[in-house]
Design a binder for this molecule. Structure first.
Ligand SMILES: Nc1ncnc2c1ncn2[C@@H]1O[C@H](COP(=O)(O)OP(=O)(O)OP(=O)(O)O)[C@@H](O)[C@H]1O
Ligand SMILES: [Mg+2]
Length: 291
C-alpha cells in the first residue's frame, strides 16, 4: 500500500466520517455555529440540507463533540422507521424507560413526561435525524406535534434534520407546510470551492501524518481533482485515494494531472492504458509550501 511510501501513519482519504479529519470550511463552520445557536436559543426545528457527500453526517458528529455533555441527545441514523419505532428509539436514547411501550400514545406520554421532568432542571434535549429525507410524512407530523411542548418562548426539544435535497422537496409538500414554517434555522450546504478543496486535501494529508516534503501536488493535478470531484468531499477522498495509489504504482512522489487522470479512469472502470502520461511540471505545489 502507499501508506509507507508516503510516510502516512493512517489512511488519509477514508470515506467514513472521522472527527480527527474534520476540516472546517467557511460553510462547515457556519452551519456548526448556526446549529449551536439554534440549540442554545431553543429554536425548535432546524434543517441542514445538502447534496450527497457534502459533509452533513460529518457535521452532526462535530456538533455532538461540541455539545455540553449534560444535554440529552438522541441520534437517529436510519429514519426509515414507523412512528412507534421512531418514538421508541428516541425514548431509548434518552434513557427514558417508557411506562407503556406498546402504543404510540404510551410512547408520546412517556416522552412528554420526561421532557417536563427535565424542564424543572432547565435541561435541553436534542433529537438529530440523519438521512431525514427518508422520514415518512407521518413521522414528520408526529415530530411536529411533539415539539408543541414548549414554554412561552422556548422549545423543550430541539429537532435537527440532516438530509439530501429531497428533504427540501418533501418539506415543501402541502401536507408538511406547517412543519416547514416552523423550521427556525435552515442551512444549505454546498460543495467546497477550489481553494477549500486544496486546503481540505492538505489538511487530510497532514492529519494522516504524511508530509515532511514526501508528497508533491502538481497544480494541474489539483485542478483535475477539483474538476472531477466538483468540490464534494466524499468524491475528493475517492479521487485522492486513487491518485495516491496510482502515484505509488508509478513510484512518483509527485501527483501530476496525468496520474489524477489515470485514477479517474480507474474509478470509472475504464481500461487503464499502460504508462501514465506525465504532464508538464511547471507548477508544482510542494506539500510543505502550503503552510
Ligand atoms: N468538513 C469535513 N471535514 C473532513 N472530512 C469531510 C468533511 N466533510 C465531508 N468529509 C468527508 O467526506 C465524506 C462524506 O461526508 P458525509 O458522510 O458527512 O457526507 P453526507 O453529506 O452526510 O453524505 P450523504 O448525503 O451520503 O449522507 C466523509 O466520510 C468524510 O470523509
Ligand atoms: Mg450522511
Amino acid at each position: 500500500m502507499y501508506l509507507e511510501y508516503f510516510n502516512f501513519t493512517d489512511e488519509p482519504f477514508k470515506i467514513t466520517p472521522d472527527s480527527k479529519y474534520l476540516y472546517l470550511s467557511r460553510q462547515h463552520e457556519e452551519v456548526l455555529q448556526a446549529l449551536l445557536y439554534g440549540i442554545t436559543q431553543r429554536k425548535g426545528f432546524m434543517a441542514v440540507i445538502g447534496d450527497i457527500g457534502t459533509g452533513k453526517t460529518t457535521i452532526s458528529r462535530a456538533l455532538l463533540n461540541r455539545l455540553d455533555k449534560s444535554i440529552d441527545t438522541s441520534i437517529i441514523l436510519n429514519p426509515m422507521l414507523s412512528v412507534q419505532e421512531l418514538l421508541e428509539a428516541i425514548n431509548d436514547d434518552f434513557g427514558n424507560a417508557a411506562a407503556t411501550r406498546d402504543t404510540v400514545k404510551g410512547q408520546i406520554d412517556a416522552l412528554n413526561e420526561f421532557m417536563l421532568r427535565r424542564l424543572r432542571f432547565n435541561k435541553n434535549a436534542i433529537v438529530m435525524i440523519d438521512e431525514a429525507q427518508h422520514l415518512s410524512v407521518e413521522s414528520m407530523e408526529m415530530l411536529r406535534l411533539l415539539s408543541n411542548l414548549e414554554t412561552e418562548d422556548k422549545k423543550l426539544m430541539q429537532i435537527i434534520f440532516l438530509g439530501q435535497k429531497e428533504l427540501e422537496t418533501k418539506l415543501k409538500s402541502p401536507e408538511l407546510r406547517q412543519l416547514d414554517q416552523r423550521i427556525g434555522i435552515r442551512y444549505f450546504l454546498g460543495p467546497l470551492n477550489y481553494t477549500e478543496t486544496c486546503n481540505y486535501i492538505v489538511h487530510r494529508i497532514t492529519m494522516a501524518g504524511g508530509g515532511g516534503g514526501s508528497i508533491q501536488l502538481e497544480e494541474r493535478g489539483l485542478r483535475k481533482i477539483f474538476e472531477y470531484s466538483k468540490g464534494v468531499p466524499r468524491r475528493v477522498n475517492m479521487i485522492c485515494d486513487r491518485s495516491l495509489l496510482e502515484a505509488f504504482a508509478q513510484r512518483s512522489k509527485l501527483v501530476t494531472s496525468g496520474i489524477v487522470k489515470a485514477a479517474i479512469r480507474d474509478i470509472e472502470g475504464l481500461s487503464n492504458p499502460s504508462g501514465v502520461a506525465f504532464s508538464g511540471r511547471k507548477k508544482v505545489w510542494e506539500f510543505w509550501k502550503w503552510f
